[in-house]
Every structure is written in C-alpha cells, then in structure tokens.
Ligand binder design. Structure first.
Ligand SMILES: CC(C)(COP(=O)(O)OP(=O)(O)OC[C@H]1O[C@@H](n2cnc3c(N)ncnc32)[C@H](O)[C@@H]1OP(=O)(O)O)[C@@H](O)C(=O)NCCC(=O)NCCS
Length: 139
C-alpha cells in the first residue's frame, strides 16, 4: 500500500468511497475543485487501486478521511491521517482540527488514538445532530 497525491483518474474511485462512507457525501464537482485548488492536501491510499483518501485544508482542517469498507481496520486510515498531519507540519501549521458527529464514536476513538482531544461541543453543527471539534497540537 502506498500513499500519494491524488491524480485526476482517481476522482471516480474517491467519489465512490465517499458515497459509501458519508450520509451527505461531497458531490463530484467538489472533488474536482479540491483537485484543482488543493492537490497537495488531497491524498489517496493505493493498493493496486484506490482504497482510501483524505482531504486536508492548508489552514489545518482535516475535511475528509475515508477508507473503503472492505479495507477498514487494517491501518490504512491511520497512515492517511499521519500523511495528512505531515502535510500540515510541512506548511508550519501548529494545530490540526476536525469536526465529527457526536454519534460517530468509532471515529472519535480513532482520532483520540492519534492524539486528538475534544476541544469544544458544536451544537447543531450538522442539520440533524451536534458535533465535536477535535484538535491536535502539531510539532
Ligand atoms: C475512520 C476511518 C477513516 C478509519 O480508517 P481505518 O483504515 O479503518 O482505520 P485504522 O485501521 O487505521 O484504525 C482502526 C481504528 O479506527 C476506528 N474505526 C472506525 N470505524 C471502523 C470500522 N468500521 N472498522 C474498524 N475500525 C474502525 C477504530 O477506533 C479502530 O481502532 P482500533 O484499531 O483500536 O479498534 C474509517 O473507519 C472510515 O472511513 N470511516 C467512515 C468515514 C468517516 O467517518 N471518516 C471520519 C470523519 S472525516
């Protein structure tokens, strides 16, 4: 498995994994926009084909992280997260952050395992649910 910067041919696989993973998935044009404006922050995990991806804004926000259902629990999400944090460190960003649904306990546990802390409750952050702001100090 290797982690690399996204290429345009990967975008359909990315959108497929996104649709599997999220209740309100990003549309294809949003991925194209990230590809065109933030390629360095857009990573894929590849093992013959694309099996996971992350999108990280250069200001520190981990916007998306998802792994193909068939490949969850094998460390791929952890590798993507580490690579996303390395990207932020290379830019000199001091704090990484993410927003997670309160009910998404497995993902909260995943971020906490990687040193993130619950910094603030985000009432009504999602149309149907509250969220947590999770943060991690870098460097
Ligand atoms: C969160 C996610 C990226 C983790 O990827 P992964 O490759 O399964 O993660 P790893 O194998 O590196 O780590 C496994 C950890 O993730 C967590 N996890 C979350 N969902 C999981 C699942 N369905 N299967 C296995 N582990 C899961 C567990 O805490 C697990 O910890 P453990 O090993 O101590 O039990 C992946 O579960 C996913 O795509 N989730 C849906 C999308 C999402 O909610 N993304 C986060 C918000 S942007």
């Amino acid at each position: 498995m290797k982690i690399r910067i996204v290429e345009s041919e990967d975008l359909w696989d990315v959108a497929r994994i996104e649709n599997q993973a999220f209740k309100k998935p990003w549309t294809f044009p949003r991925f194209v926009e990230q590809y065109e404006t933030n390629k360095e922050g857009f990573l894929v995990a590849e093992d013959k084909k694309v099996i996971g991806f992350s999108v990280t804004d250069p200001n520190g926000l981990l916007m998306l992280l998802a792994v193909d259902d068939k490949h969850k629990g094998k460390g791929i999400g952890s590798e993507l997260l580490k690579a996303a944090l390395d990207f932020l460190k290379s830019l000199g960003v001091s704090k990484a952050y993410s927003h997670v649904r309160k009910s998404n306990e497995q993902v909260i546990k995943f971020y906490e395992k990687h040193g993130f802390k619950k910094e603030k409750e985000l009432p009504h952050y999602y149309s149907d649910e509250d969220g947590w702001l999770l943060t991690k100090q870098l460097g």
